[in-house]
Design a protein around this ligand. Structure first.
Ligand code: MCN
Ligand code: CUN
Length: 781
C-alpha cells in the first residue's frame, strides 16, 4: 500500500463530522424526543439577594397541562436542595432559605409542553424580602458587608479563601534590590462563553429498572456520571450519561447546573422522561461565567532584566464557589503568571470572595485562570517597557526564557516542557514588518494619526494531569483510549473526552492513521456515551490532545506491537526481521515480502500464531508525566480615531507553537476562533451589574459578541517545538488564542496613546474609555 494514501499527522484532512453538521444532520440534546416526554422550565429570582418567606405553587399546579411544580422544599425532602460544586463548596439546586443572585433557580414546572410550563412559571407566587446586594468583592470583604452564605456553618464573612504561591522572601529581596519597580492595577471583567447551543438535558429514569439515562450538554460525561452518583445517591452502574453533538462548550458545559439535577429528580419522581432546555437569558445570567478578576502586578527590574514579580488578586466568585479547577490550587493555575519570562523570584497572593452574582469561575477558554495570568504579565511587561523607555519587543526578547534553559522550572514551580520564544517572536515581527511599521507609526503621529502596535508573547499550561497533582473533585486527571480493529481492517476508537466542535472525529483518527497505518476514513471515533467509552475526565483546558491524544498514540503502538507478532507469523519470519512502514510490515532486505495492517487485522481473527490471543484491540489509560506548554507571539496593529475614540484593527499576526500539529487546518481554525474571542473580550464582551445586583448583559443586545462584520482578518504563522514527553510531540492549542490575544489587542490601543502618557485601558476597551483617555492625554480632536 502506498504510504501517501494514509493521511496521518500533519495533513489537513477535511473534518469528518462536518458532513453531518453542514447538512443539518447533527444530533443535539434538543433533537432528542422520547415517548411520553415532559418539559421542565425554571423559575429564576428577580432579586440578587432576598429572603424567601414563602412559595405558593397552587395556582401554577392548577394550570391544565402542568404535571408537577418543584420547589427547594421538595428537593430538600430528597436531600437534593443543595449540591456540591467542583471546588468543594455547596450550591443551591433550588433556593430554600434565600436567593443569592439574580437569575438563581427558585422553582421548576414540569408540564406536557414547554409553553404550558412557561405560562405556569408566572403563576408561582414567591414572597421575597429583599436584602442589600453585594456586587463587588471589595464591598464583600468590608467588615459590615451583608453575609451572603449565612447558611454555612462557621462562615462569618464573605471570604472564600486566601492562597499564596511562590517565594515571598526571595521576591521581597528582588524588589529591595531593584533599580526600577513597575506596577499595574487591572481588572479582567466578567464575560461569558456563550456557546451557540445553550445548556440542556433529557433525563430518562426507567421506573422498572431504576436505570437513569441522561442526555446532557456535557464536556465531561464520565466525571458527571460519578458526581451524579454521589450527589443523587444513584448507583453509578445504573447511570448512563450521553453527551450527543454539542454546539460549542468553551467551558460553559463543564459544571453541573441545577436544571440537570431537577430534571433528573423530576424524571425519577414522575417515571417519565423530562427535558430541560435553557434559553439564552438563562444561560447568560446563571451559568459558568468567566474571569471577574481584580489584579495588581509589580515587576522588579534591574539592569533591564526582570528580577521579581509580585501579584495580588481578588476574585469575584459569585454566590457559590464553583470554579472548575484542581483542588490543590485555589486560584487555578494563575501562578503560571511569570509567563514566557525568566523571572527568578515570584510571589502570588490570591483571595476569593462571595458576591451576589452567578457562580462560575474558570470557564471560557481559560485553562484554569491562565487567561488572567497571561493578560496581567503581558500588560505589565508592556508597561515596564514604556517606563524604561525601551522597545516592548526588545524588552521581551531580553527577558525570555532561553531555548537552552528548557526544561525550565518557573519560580512558582511549573516545569515548562519545551519552548523557543525568540523564534516565535522573530517570525511574528518579520511577518509584521515591525521595523518599517514603527517608522510608519512615527510618521503617522507627525500627521496627527494614532497607530498602535501591541504585542503579547504568551505561554500556556494545558493538558491536565498528571494525576498526582491535578484532579477534578478528587478524580485524578488521566484520560483513556480504547481501540478496536475489526477483521476487515476498519477500526473504532473510543475516548473519554468529548468534542464540542474541536474536530476530534478527524484528528484522533489521524493519530491512529499515523501510528497504526489505518487511514482516517477507516477509523470511527466515538465519544460522549459513558456506557460505550472508557472513563475519562473530559474536554477542557485543551487537554484532549495532550492526554487522550497520547493515550490514542500509546494504544495504537501497543496494537502495532501485536500486529508485528502476527505479521511475523504470516510472513514466516521473526519479528526482528520486520520493518514497519506506515500501513505495512516488510521483511528486511526483501521489500516484496510484505503484509498490510489490514491483512494482519484479518489474521488476528482467522490465522493466529500459537499462544496468541485473538483480536486486535486494547485500552490505554494515560497519566501524563507533565502538562504541555504551548506558546506564541501575537501582534496587533490598530488605528485610533481622535474624534470619536473608536479603534479599528488593521492587522493581526499570530504565531503559534503547539508542538507537532496533527491537523494544521483544524489547528488554524482553533486559533482563528480564539483570536475572535480574544477580540470580543478586549473590545465588547462585558457582563456587569448595577448596585442592586441586576445583571446587565442578559441578552445578545446587551452582551455583545463580535460577528463576521467586526472580526478582523488574521495572518497566521507557526513554529514547531515538540513536547518532549508527549508520544507524538503535540501540545494543546484549543485555548491559546483566547488566552494570549486579549493583551495584544489592549496593548495595541494603549500603544497608540502611550507617547502621551497613557498606560492603561480597562477591558472591554470601548470607544468611551478611549475617548476619555484621548481627552486626558490632550489628544482628542
Ligand atoms: N490539535 C491538533 N494538533 C495539536 C493540538 C490540537 O491537530 N498540536 C487539534 C486536536 O486534535 C483537536 C483540536 O485541535 O481536534 C483542539 O485540540 P486540543 O488543544 O487538545 O483541545 P481540546 O480538544 O481539549 O478542546 C478544548 C478546548 C477548550 S478548553 C475550549 S474552552 C474550546 C476549544 O477547545 N472550546 C471549543 N475550542 C473549541 N472549538 C469549538 N469549535 N468549540 C468549542 O466549544
Ligand atoms: Cu475553562 S474553558 Mo475550556 O477549559 O472548556
Amino acid at each position: 500500500m502506498a504510504t501517501t494514501e494514509i493521511r496521518g499527522i500533519g495533513h489537513s484532512v477535511e473534518r469528518k463530522e462536518d458532513a453531518r453538521f453542514i447538512r443539518g444532520k447533527g444530533n443535539y440534546v434538543d433533537d432528542i424526543k422520547l415517548p411520553g416526554m415532559l418539559h421542565l422550565e425554571l423559575l429564576r429570582s428577580p432579586f440578587a439577594h432576598a429572603r424567601i418567606n414563602s412559595i405558593d405553587t397552587s395556582r401554577a399546579a392548577a394550570l391544565p397541562g402542568v404535571i408537577a411544580v418543584v420547589t427547594g422544599e421538595l428537593m430538600a425532602q430528597h436531600n437534593l436542595a443543595w449540591m456540591p460544586t467542583l471546588s468543594g463548596d455547596t450550591q443551591a439546586v433550588l433556593a430554600t432559605d434565600k436567593v443569592r443572585f439574580q437569575g438563581q433557580e427558585v422553582a421548576a414546572v414540569v408540564a406536557e409542553s414547554v409553553y404550558v410550563a412557561k405560562d405556569a412559571l408566572e403563576l408561582i407566587d414567591v414572597d421575597y424580602e429583599p436584602l442589600p446586594a453585594v456586587t463587588t468583592p471589595q464591598q464583600a470583604l468590608e467588615a459590615d458587608a451583608p453575609l451572603i452564605r449565612d447558611e454555612k456553618e462557621g462562615q462569618t464573612d464573605n471570604r472564600i479563601y486566601h492562597w499564596e504561591a511562590g517565594d515571598k522572601e526571595a521576591t521581597d529581596k528582588a524588589f529591595a534590590d531593584a533599580d526600577k519597580v513597575v506596577s499595574l492595577e487591572t481588572f479582567y471583567p466578567r464575560c461569558h462563553p456563550s456557546p451557540l447551543e445553550c445548556c440542556g438535558c433529557v433525563a430518562d429514569v426507567n421506573p422498572a429498572t431504576g436505570e437513569a439515562t441522561v442526555y446532557m450538554t456535557s464536556q465531561a460525561p464520565h466525571a458527571h456520571r460519578t458526581l451524579f452518583a454521589i450527589v443523587a445517591g444513584l448507583p453509578e452502574h445504573k447511570i448512563r450519561i450521553v453527551s450527543p453533538d454539542i454546539g460549542g462548550g468553551f467551558g460553559n458545559k463543564v459544571p453541573i447546573y441545577p436544571g440537570y439535577v431537577v430534571a433528573t429528580a423530576a424524571s425519577l419522581l414522575l417515571g417519565r422522561p423530562v427535558k430541560w432546555i435553557e434559553d439564552r437569558t438563562g444561560n447568560l445570567i446563571s451559568t459558568g461565567y468567566a474571569r471577574d478578576y481584580h489584579m495588581r502586578g509589580e515587576l522588579a527590574v534591574k539592569d533591564g532584566r526582570i528580577t521579581g514579580l509580585r501579584t495580588t488578586l481578588l476574585s469575584d466568585n459569585g454566590a457559590f464557589y464553583a470554579d472548575a479547577q484542581p483542588t490543590k490550587f485555589r486560584a487555578g493555575l494563575f501562578h503560571i503568571v511569570t509567563g514566557s519570562y525568566d523571572i527568578p523570584a515570584a510571589h502570588v497572593v490570591a483571595d476569593g470572595a462571595y458576591t451576589n452574582k452567578a457562580p462560575g469561575g474558570v470557564a471560557y477558554r481559560c485553562s484554569f485562570r491562565v487567561t488572567e495570568a497571561s493578560y496581567l504579565i503581558e500588560r505589565l511587561v508592556q508597561t515596564a517597557a514604556y517606563e524604561l523607555g525601551v522597545d516592548p519587543a526588545e524588552f521581551r526578547m531580553d527577558n525570555f526564557i532561553k531555548p537552552e534553559q528548557f526544561p525550565y522550572e518557573s519560580a512558582t514551580g511549573f516545569l515548562y516542557d519545551s519552548g523557543d520564544y525568540p523564534a516565535a517572536m522573530k517570525l511574528a515581527l518579520e511577518k509584521l514588518g515591525y521595523d518599517d511599521l514603527k517608522r510608519e507609526q512615527e510618521e503617522a503621529r507627525k500627521e496627527g494619526r494614532l497607530i498602535g502596535i501591541g504585542i503579547a508573547s504568551f505561554t500556556e499550561v494545558v493538558g491536565a494531569g498528571h494525576g498526582k497533582d491535578y484532579d477534578i473533585a478528587g478524580l485524578r486527571m488521566f484520560d483513556s483510549a480504547e481501540l478496536r480493529v475489526h477483521p476487515t481492517g476498519k477500526a473504532i476508537l473510543k475516548l473519554g473526552v468529548r468534542s464540542q466542535g474541536q474536530g476530534h472525529e478527524t484528528t484522533f483518527a489521524q493519530i491512529v492513521a499515523e501510528e497504526l497505518g489505518i487511514p482516517p476514513e477507516d477509523v470511527e471515533v466515538r465519544e460522549g456515551d459513558t456506557d460505550n467509552t472508557p472513563y475519562g475526565l473530559g474536554t477542557y483546558a485543551s487537554r484532549s490532545t495532550p492526554v487522550a491524544g497520547a493515550a490514542t498514540a500509546v494504544i495504537s503502538r501497543k496494537l502495532r506491537d501485536k500486529a508485528r507478532t502476527i505479521a511475523a507469523h504470516l510472513l514466516e519470519t521473526s519479528e526482528d526481521d520486520l520493518e514497519w512502514e506506515k500501513g505495512a510490515f516488510h521483511v528486511k532486505g526483501a521489500p516484496d515480502r510484505s503484509t498490510t495492517i489490514q491483512d494482519v487485522a484479518f489474521a488476528a481473527y482467522t490465522n493466529l500464531p500459537d499462544g496468541v490471543e485473538a483480536g486486535l484491540e486494547g485500552v490505554h489509560y494515560y497519566d501524563p508525566p507533565n502538562m504541555t506548554f504551548p506558546f506564541g507571539t501575537y501582534a496587533v496593529v490598530v488605528e485610533v480615531d481622535r474624534g470619536t475614540g473608536e479603534w479599528k484593527v488593521k492587522r493581526v499576526v499570530a504565531v503559534d507553537d503547539c508542538g507537532v500539529r496533527i491537523n494544521p487546518m483544524i489547528v488554524e481554525g482553533q486559533i482563528m476562533g480564539g483570536l475572535t474571542e480574544g477580540f470580543g473580550i478586549a473590545a465588547m464582551e462585558l457582563i456587569t451589574f448595577d448596585e442592586e445586583g441586576n445583571c446587565i448583559g442578559a441578552n445578545f443586545m446587551d452582551y455583545l459578541l463580535p460577528t463576521a462584520w467586526e472580526t478582523p482578518e488574521f495572518e497566521l504563522g507557526e513554529t514547531v517545538t515538540p513536547s518532549p514527553h508527549h508520544p507524538i510531540g503535540a501540545k494543546g492549542v484549543g485555548e491559546s488564542a483566547t488566552v494570549g490575544s486579549p493583551a495584544a489587542y489592549v496593548n495595541a490601543v494603549v500603544d497608540a496613546l502611550a507617547h502621551a502618557g497613557i498606560r492603561n485601558l480597562e477591558m472591554p476597551v470601548t470607544s468611551d474609555k478611549v475617548w476619555a483617555a484621548l481627552q486626558e492625554a490632550g489628544l482628542a480632536e
